[in-house]
Design a protein around this ligand. Structure first.
Ligand SMILES: Nc1ncnc2c1ncn2[C@@H]1O[C@H](COP(=O)(O)OP(=O)(O)OP(=O)(O)O)[C@@H](O)[C@H]1O
Length: 749
C-alpha cells in the first residue's frame, strides 16, 4: 500500500466531475500503485527524477513525485490533475525538494532553481534595493526599504533563511507593508517563504522568525529526507499526509474556504496540538484562525482519549451551531454528545451548559439548594433550581418598586444589570454590608455609600421578584451551577469535564467564566480560551485572574489573517486607532500588527444624500454582485439595529433582491443574501459585505441613556463592533451612510 501526501493546491481548482475521478485515482494509488490501469510513468527530460504522471481519465493526468524508502515503503506526493499536455509540461519543470537552508519541503519551478544556493555562492547580491525611477517634476523622494532600512534585515539574511533569490530581491525593494504584501501575494513562491516575509515585514525579529518556523539546515535531499521533512510544521502549510478518506476528499474537493481542515500554519499546529500545563489563552485579531485552532484541538483531544469529556462552547447559539457544523466537517467520527459530563464533545452555549447541569442536578449530584443559599443567601421557595428564565423586563419592574433615591442617570436597567453581573453575582454578595465594601473594579461610575444603598434596594427588589416567580436569569443560572459544582467537588464529586474549549471568550460575563472554571479540575489542558479583546462587544471589561482563571505565561497570539484582505484589514484596524484596549489579563492589547496573506480591491466608502438613495445604491451594488455570478448566500448586508434590518429587508425585497433577515432563529440560507445586525455577524464570514447606515446617530442613540461614567467603555464597544463588522468580508467591503458619516470611520482611507 502506498502512502499519499498532498502537495500545494493546484490552480485553478478542478471542476467537480474531474475531482471525483482524481479522488478515485488516488484511492486506487493508495491500494496498489503498481496497478497497470494507473499508468504511473516517469517523464523523460524531467528536472526532477522523482516525477511521475498517472492516468486519471483519457484526457486527464495526475502529476506526482515518487519516493522509495529504505523500509520498502513507497510514498507519493500528489501535485494535482491536469489536461494531458499541461500535465506533461508541468511534470518536466517542477521539483520537490527540501530547501537546504530552511529544512522545509517545497515545490519549485526548476528554472528558478538554476540560481545557486547561498552556501554555493561566492558573491552576495547588493544589500540595498534599487531606488525606483522618480517621475520628472516629482518631489525629491528618498526611497527606503521596509526590510533593510526599517528592520535591518538584509538580502543576505533573507537568502540565509532559504528565501529564493528572486523573491528576496523583490522583497527588499518594498517600501511599505502594503508593497511587501503585494510582492508576496503576487509571487509564485512556497507558502512558508511568503509567510516568513510577511512576518518580517511586521517587525518580527529574525531570530523569532527562525524559531517560529523552526528554520534550520536540511539533513539532506534523499527520498527519506524529503519524506521526513514533510512533517516539518512549515512544510505542512502546503503538504499534508492524508490519513483518512475524509481528509483526502477534503483536500481534493474543498475550495479555499475548506483549507483550514487540512493545512495549518506552524503556529496553529502548535496551539492545536501541544499539551498545556494549565489554563491557556489564545488571542488574535478577527480572521486569524482562532476558531480553526479550537476545532482542531477538540478533535485532537477527543482522538487522544475517547473517554475524555470535552466541552466546546461559546456565547451564542449561532456560533455554537457553527462550531457543531464545522467539527462535523473536520471529522465526522468525533462523537458529539447531548449532555456535558458524557465522554465525547458537548457543543453548546455556556448558557446551555448551565441549564443542562441544573436541569439534571440530581443525576449529576449537584447540591442546588446549597448553591442557592451561597449565591442568594436564602432559599428561593420550592423551585430552587429555577430553570424558568426571568423576563427582560424584570429590571424595569424592579426599578418601579425600589431605588427612588438614585439619580435618573442611574435608574437605568442597563446600568443596574451590569452592576449585578460584573460586581454582585461573581462576588456572591448576599447582603448590603458586603456590597457597601466590595471593590467595584473596572466599573466606570463611582458609587458612594448612599448610592450603593439605593442600588442594593433595586437588587433586592429584582431578586424578590424572580424568587416570587421562581425564575432566574442566565447569569444567575451560571453562577448557581458554578457554586453547585464547587460544593459538589468539595464533597468529592468529580467535575463534569476533562477539557473545556471556549470561543469568543472576551464576550463572556464573570458568572459564565466562573462556571467554565468550575467545570474542570485545574490541571493540564483544563481550560482553553480563544479570545480577541478587540472584538468585545457585549460585556464590560473582564480580567481572567479575578475569576480564578490563571493564564500567566500561557498566552499566545495569532497574527496572520486568513480571511480579510490587506486592504480591508487596514480599514478595520484604523477603526480601532486611539482605542484604549485591554486584554483579558488586564494588560494592553498588543498593537495590531496583524498581517494578511490576501489582497483585493480597496474598501468603497459611499455617502448618499438620503435613506432612499442609500437603499437604491445598496440594491444596485448587490445586483452587480449577483450579475457577476456570486452566490447570494456569500453576500451580506450589516446594520446597527434590528429595526433597521427589518426595514432594509423590506426595501431590498421590494427591489427584487432575494434577501433573508437573519436572526436568533434564522440562520443564513442558500440562495439568499443575508441581512443582519453587526452583533449577529460575529464569528461569521461572507465573500462581500455592505455595512449599511454608518451615521453618527447609529452610535449616539446607543450611548444616549447611559450614565457618563459608562460611556467610554460603551463607545469602545461601538468601535469594536465596527471592527467586527469590517472584518466579516473576505473579498469586497462597501461602507455606506446617508447624510453625515459616522465619526467612528477613519478620516483617512
Ligand atoms: N491554516 C489555514 N489555512 C487556510 N484558511 C484558514 C486557516 N486558518 C483559518 N483559515 C480561514 O480563515 C478564516 C477565519 O478563521 P476563523 O474563523 O477560525 O478565525 P477567527 O480568528 O476565529 O475569526 P473571528 O475572530 O473573526 O471569529 C476562515 O475562513 C478559515 O477557514
Amino acid at each position: 500500500m502506498a502512502q499519499v501526501h498532498f502537495g500545494p493546491r493546484q490552480k485553478p481548482p478542478l471542476d467537480g466531475s474531474v475531482r471525483s475521478a482524481a479522488y478515485s485515482f488516488i484511492d486506487k494509488l493508495r491500494e496498489d500503485d503498481t496497478a497497470p490501469g494507473l499508468h504511473i510513468e516517469p517523464i523523460s527530460g524531467a528536472a526532477d527524477p522523482r516525477i511521475r504522471t498517472g492516468r486519471v481519465t483519457r484526457f486527464w493526468r495526475a502529476v506526482l513525485t515518487k519516493f522509495s524508502m529504505p523500509s520498502g515503503d513507497t510514498h507519493y506526493i500528489y501535485l494535482g490533475t491536469y489536461p494531458h499536455d499541461d500535465a506533461i509540461e508541468l511534470a518536466k519543470k517542477v521539483v520537490v525538494r527540501v530547501n537546504p537552508l530552511s529544512g522545509i519541503t517545497e515545490l519549485v519551478d526548476a528554472d528558478r532553481l538554476s540560481m545557486p544556493e547561498i552556501h554555493e555562492r561566492t558573491t552576495i547580491p547588493s544589500e540595498k534595493p534599487k531606488p525606483p525611477t522618480s517621475l520628472p517634476g516629482a518631489d525629491p523622494f528618498v526611497p527606503t526599504s521596509l526590510l533593510v532600512d526599517r528592520f535591518g534585515i538584509s538580502m543576505t539574511d533573507l537568502l540565509a533563511l532559504g528565501v529564493h533569490e528572486g523573491l528576496a530581491t523583490l522583497a527588499v525593494t518594498a517600501r511599505t507593508q502594503d508593497e511587501l504584501a503585494d510582492v508576496v501575494v503576487d509571487a509564485d513562491a512556497p507558502a512558508w517563504q511568503q509567510e516568513v516575509l510577511l512576518d518580517l515585514g511586521t517587525g518580527s525579529p529574525l531570530d523569532d522568525v527562525r524559531t517560529r518556523y523552526q528554520l534550520g539546515a536540511a539533513a539532506g535531499d534523499s527520498d527519506e529526507d524529503v519524506v521526513a521533512a514533510l512533517a516539518h510544521p512549515a512544510s505542512r502549510l502546503e503538504f499534508s499526509y492524508i490519513q483518512d478518506d475524509q481528509a483526502m476528499r477534503a483536500a481534493i474537493e474543498d475550495d479555499d474556504f475548506g483549507r483550514w481542515r487540512v493545512f495549518l500554519h506552524p503556529e496553529q499546529q502548535d496551539y492545536a496540538f501541544t499539551p498545556r500545563s494549565g489554563a491557556f489563552r489564545l488571542s488574535g485579531g478577527a480572521g486569524t484562525g482562532k476558531t480553526v485552532v479550537l476545532l482542531h484541538r477538540a478533535r485532537h483531544l477527543a482522538r487522544a482519549n475517547p473517554d475524555a469529556r470535552i466541552v466546546l462552547t461559546t456565547y451564542n447559539k449561532t456560533l455554537a451551531e457553527a462550531l457543531r457544523e464545522n467539527l462535523r466537517l473536520l471529522d465526522r467520527t468525533i462523537p458529539v454528545v447531548d449532555e456535558p459530563g458524557t465522554a465525547g464533545v458537548f457543543i453548546g452555549t455556556v448558557d446551555a451548559v448551565s441549564w443542562r447541569l441544573l436541569a439534571r442536578s440530581r443525576v449529576n449530584g449537584l447540591p442546588v439548594d446549597a448553591a442557592v443559599e451561597a449565591v442568594f443567601g436564602t432559599l428561593r421557595g420550592t423551585r430552587s433550581n429555577a430553570l424558568d428564565t426571568s423576563p427582560d423586563s424584570a429590571w424595569r419592574t424592579a426599578l418601579s418598586r425600589a431605588g427612588f433615591d438614585l439619580p435618573d442617570s442611574l435608574r437605568n436597567p442597563g446600568f443596574l444589570a451590569a452592576e449585578y453581573v460584573t460586581v454582585i453575582l461573581p462576588a456572591r454578595i448576599t447582603a448590603l454590608d458586603a456590597y457597601l465594601t466590595v471593590a467595584r473594579t473596572g466599573r466606570g461610575v463611582a458609587l458612594d455609600r448612599t448610592r450603593r444603598r439605593a442600588v442594593w434596594e433595586v437588587i433586592e427588589a429584582y431578586r424578590a421578584l424572580s424568587a416570587e416567580k421562581g425564575t432566574t436569569d442566565y447569569n444567575e443560572k451560571a453562577i448557581l451551577a458554578a457554586a453547585a459544582l464547587d460544593l459538589a467537588a468539595a464533597a468529592g464529586v468529580s467535575r463534569p469535564a476533562d477539557h473545556v474549549l471556549v470561543d469568543e471568550a472576551q464576550d463572556l460575563t464573570p458568572s459564565r467564566l466562573l462556571l467554565l472554571r468550575a467545570l474542570v479540575t485545574p490541571g493540564p489542558d483544563d481550560l482553553y480560551l480563544a479570545e480577541d479583546s478587540r472584538q468585545r462587544i457585549y460585556v464590560p471589561r473582564v480580567v481572567l485572574a479575578q475569576h480564578g482563571i490563571a493564564v500567566r505565561g500561557r498566552s499566545r497570539r495569532l497574527t496572520l489573517n486568513y480571511r480579510t484582505t490587506a486592504q480591508n484589514l487596514d480599514l478595520a484596524t484604523t477603526v480601532l486607532d486611539g482605542s484604549d484596549l485591554a486584554d483579558m489579563e488586564g494588560g494592553a492589547v498588543a498593537a495590531p500588527a496583524d498581517r494578511s496573506a490576501r489582497s483585493g480591491p480597496p474598501p468603497q466608502l459611499i455617502g448618499l444624500d438620503s435613506l432612499e438613495a442609500a437603499y437604491e445604491s445598496a440594491a444596485h451594488i448587490l445586483r452587480g454582485w449577483l450579475e457577476r455570478d456570486l452566490a447570494p448566500e456569500t453576500l451580506c448586508v450589516l446594520v446597527r439595529s434590528g429595526e433597521e434590518g427589518a426595514q432594509l429587508t423590506d426595501e431590498l425585497t421590494l427591489r427584487g433582491l432575494p434577501v433573508l433577515a437573519v436572526g436568533s432563529k434564522q440562520v443564513p440560507g442558500p440562495g439568499r443574501i443575508s441581512v443582519m445586525t453587526m452583533h449577529r455577524s460575529k464569528g461569521m464570514e461572507f465573500r462581500n459585505v455592505i455595512l449599511f447606515g454608518l451615521t453618527p446617530e447609529a452610535t449616539s442613540t446607543q450611548l444616549a441613556f447611559l450614565p457618563d461614567g459608562d460611556k467610554p467603555d460603551a463607545l469602545q464597544r461601538e468601535r469594536a463592533l465596527l471592527y467586527v463588522a469590517t472584518t466579516r468580508a473576505r473579498d469586497e467591503l462597501v461602507v455606506m451612510w446617508d447624510g453625515e458619516r459616522s465619526d467612528l470611520l477613519p478620516v483617512r482611507v
